[in-house]
Design a protein around this ligand. Structure first.
Ligand code: PMP
Length: 395
């Protein structure tokens, strides 16, 4: 057969790394590779009650088609929750999505022509890179430091990239590095986007999961010219299986998201929306988030402390104040992709860093997830990784 596929498919497809990561699903592997929440924290018993209530009170409505924009009582609750990020929205400014991943795909559909450039942090979220790639774009990566994107580098690159069409950032507990942007950088980002007249996609799945300190204002909070699109999700504060996210965007842009949503899948699952809304009415959602933060905060400490005790001195890693990930930097000479084969022999896994750089070429780092493995596996897995690293360094 000589089936002719769309040109965009040339940029997509199984990567070497995805093949490697398939192995991490084996039960004997201690995997720090996925970005999965802790399943033992899913409120399964409560959801049995919630589902029953939703079906008893409005079963026919829950199982019927509903509006594209989404279930109004839920959008009202989201408006309240977004105040944590210094966001003052109206329910009508929000469109419910089937996960925030869908918002990334839609942003690509709305803004990108083939050859346009997405400006992103270096490194950035692999799922966003893949979503945007489907629209045949190119990427310009901007340097990052401990305070976020380096603004001088952003300015310089925007000045020399007339094809730049959209800026994509994850300012809170970034995937993959776990880093958080300073307030100053957030302000400056908006100022620079104003100057170059570009939309900003602010992706914030982890912001609520802050273990210490205060939640900083979002980039959206500094939006003076209606150019920031904010993506939120219940995947990390509740459960990813619900597939519930949202986009909060300026009216004109939101209208486009609504058109695209209609064309893509009509609406987000009615029953999912009604269930999470009912959960929030019957239970204390903030208390639930607190419980998640407590468990993940302890796991973060355990992972960081075990790395401090066992990793050779020259290995550095980030200290995330929240979220799910830390980022480990290896000496220049080591290659995390090659090292993964040895890690898998010792039955421990991570995601090699190269995949998070859309333009490739940086292999001496990897991402670790600390939310999904129980305490004893975190300690054991990090000790095994330390052995692998020491062997690679000839120690
Ligand atoms: N953005 C980032 C930065 C993520 O890490 C993820 C999931 N890991 C998503 C978006 C998508 O999440 P979801 O579709 O489950 O809301």
């Amino acid at each position: 057969m000589a089936i002719k596929y769309a040109k965009r498919m040339e940029k997509m497809g199984a990567s070497e790394i995805r093949e490697l990561l398939k192995l991490t699903a084996r039960p004997e592997i201690i995997s720090f590779a996925g970005g999965l929440p802790a399943p033992e924290l899913f409120p399964v018993e409560a959801m049995k009650e919630v589902s029953k209530k939703v079906l008893e009170e409005g079963g026919q409505k829950a199982l019927q088609y509903s509006t594209t924009e989404g279930f109004l009582p839920l959008r009202e609750k989201i408006v309240e929750r977004m105040k944590k990020f210094d966001i003052n929205a109206q329910p009508d400014d929000i469109l419910m999505l089937s996960g925030s991943q869908q918002g990334l795909d839609f942003a690509g559909r709305i803004f990108l022509n083939p050859g346009d450039v997405v400006v992103c942090e270096s490194p950035s979220y692999l799922g966003a890179i893949n979503a945007f790639k489907a629209y045949e774009c190119n990427f310009v990566e901007v340097d990052t430091d401990d305070h976020g994107m380096v603004m001088e580098d952003l300015e310089r690159k925007l000045a020399e990239t007339p094809e730049a069409k959209m800026i994509y950032v994850i300012p809170d507990f970034q995937n993959p590095t776990g880093k958080t942007w300073s307030v100053q950088r957030r302000k400056e980002l908006v100022e620079i986007a104003n100057k170059y007249d570009l939309p900003i996609v602010e992706d914030n799945p982890y912001g609520e999961l802050r273990f210490e300190g205060e939640i900083p204002p979002s980039v959206k909070a500094f939006d003076t010219e209606d150019r920031v699109i904010f993506l939120g999700t219940f995947s990390k504060t509740f459960a990813p299986g619900m597939r519930l996210g949202w986009v909060y965007a300026p009216h004109e842009i939101l209208e486009r998201f609504i058109f695209v949503k209609q064309a893509a899948d009509l609406q987000t699952s009615t029953i999912s929306q009604m269930e999470i809304n009912k959960f929030m009415e019957m239970y204390d959602f903030d208390a639930h988030v607190e419980k998640i933060k407590e468990v993940y905060g302890k796991r973060r400490d355990l992972m960081i402390n075990t790395m401090k005790e066992n990793f050779p001195e020259e290995i550095t890693f980030t200290y995330p104040e929240g979220g799910l990930f830390t980022w480990v930097q290896l000496p220049e000479a080591l290659n995390a992709k090659e090292m993964m084969v040895k890690a898998l022999e010792k039955q421990v896994a991570y995601v090699p860093g190269g995949s998070f750089f859309p333009n490739g070429g940086r292999e001496n780092a990897f991402r670790l997830n600390y939310s999904n493995m129980p305490d004893e596996k975190i300690v054991e897995g990090i000790k095994r990784l330390a052995e692998v690293i020491k062997e690679e360094l000839g120690k």
